[in-house]
Ligand binder design. Structure first.
Ligand SMILES: [Zn+2]
Ligand SMILES: [Zn+2]
Length: 331
């Protein structure tokens, strides 16, 4: 084991491009968008057809509540806290986020963090674990790339040096235990909504529908929304900032993925706790971090200064962007 890959996530790449990259043909973009968005819309529509006999207010509450809790476990916990260390908090809060993120069924804490750090180190190069941009040309190549970035990459073997990326986290005994308990967190992610559903409805049907909506359907939703940050947010959207990759600010997944869809901003400022850098860019994950800092549960919150944001735009001369700064002097 070498030290070479430890936390390669703090700074944007030094080699920054001078012009934004081109786009795939409109037809290709439209087909891939349909493949990703239509199944999601189907699930959103399902409760309207089932209302009254297969779906109720309790199920809606469990679906939304578990979606928020576990998606924030991924976005605030796995991503902004553990991968990028964009703020600091107590060990018990870290364990809570590790448990909530694990309930999203996207792999254990260490594995998730290692893959995402590798993504930032090799963004959209051949060594990026889930880039959509290295699967050949034409419509077929674009579709293959979209599939690979969205879900196909899970079927690849882990790189042998993968866990070199999480040596810092492995030093914490609490986090080693939280990582090892991954199967328990996953089961709890199904048991908790089942229990609540059963207690509210005082029936076995309530238990089952709680597991279906607060567990299974919620896992499907969180999966596709967060996977879309890897696929859609490296394919469609705006690139207001220089970054040495194809990351995009995507409005749909900016909202659905609780702020993670402002992905070009994230690649330009990887250590920033805030991804929606404009006031209108909804970033629910950052709002939670701000609330946590107000009540003393988060400190050392990093966001870029106004000057750094201005320098990262395409209109200013290319130069390496400075790292994010503590929140004290930021908006
Ligand atoms: Zn990315
Ligand atoms: Zn990241």
């Amino acid at each position: 084991m070498t030290e070479k890959a430890v936390v390669p996530v703090a700074e944007p790449a030094a080699e920054l491009p001078t012009a934004p990259p081109g786009r795939a043909p409109v037809l290709v973009q439209a087909v891939i968008l349909l493949v990703i968005v239509v199944p999601l819309l189907g699930l959103v529509a399902a409760p309207f057809f089932l209302w009254g006999w297969g779906f109720s207010w309790t199920d809606l509450g469990l679906l939304l509540g578990m979606y928020l809790a576990t998606a924030l476990g991924i976005t605030v916990g796995f991503h902004r806290l553990f991968v990028h260390r964009s703020f600091e908090t107590y060990t018990w809060v870290k364990v809570v986020f590790a448990a909530l993120g694990s309930m999203a069924l996207q792999g254990s804490l260490f594995k998730w963090v290692a893959y995402h750090r590798r993504h930032h180190q090799h963004s959209d190069s051949a060594d990026d674990p889930h880039t959509p941009h290295h699967a050949g040309g034409g419509v077929l190549g674009a579709l293959r790339g979209a599939w690979h970035s969205h879900v196909g990459w899970f079927f690849r073997a882990d790189p042998p040096d993968l866990y070199d990326y999480v040596k810092d986290l492995q030093k914490s005994r609490a986090l080693r235990v939280a990582d090892a308990l991954w199967p328990l967190w996953v089961v709890l992610g199904l048991v908790i909504p089942g229990l609540i559903g059963g207690l509210v409805k005082m029936s076995w049907v309530g238990v089952w529908s709680g597991i279906v909506w607060g567990g299974l359907a919620r896992i499907f939703l969180v999966h596709h929304v967060t996977w879309s940050v890897n696929s859609a947010c490296h394919l469609w959207g705006f690139r207001p900032y220089r970054s040495a990759d194809e990351s995009r600010n995507n409005v749909v997944f900016g909202i659905l993925a609780l702020g993670e869809g402002w992905h070009n901003a994230h690649h330009a400022f990887p250590t920033s706790a805030r991804h929606g850098l404009s006031w209108w860019q909804v970033d629910v994950s950052y709002y939670l971090i701000r609330v946590m800092s107000w009540v003393g549960l988060a400190w050392g919150v990093k966001v870029p200064t106004h000057e750094a944001i201005a320098r990262a735009g395409w209109k200013t001369p290319a130069e390496p962007v400075t790292s994010a700064q503590p929140a004290a002097d930021a908006t």
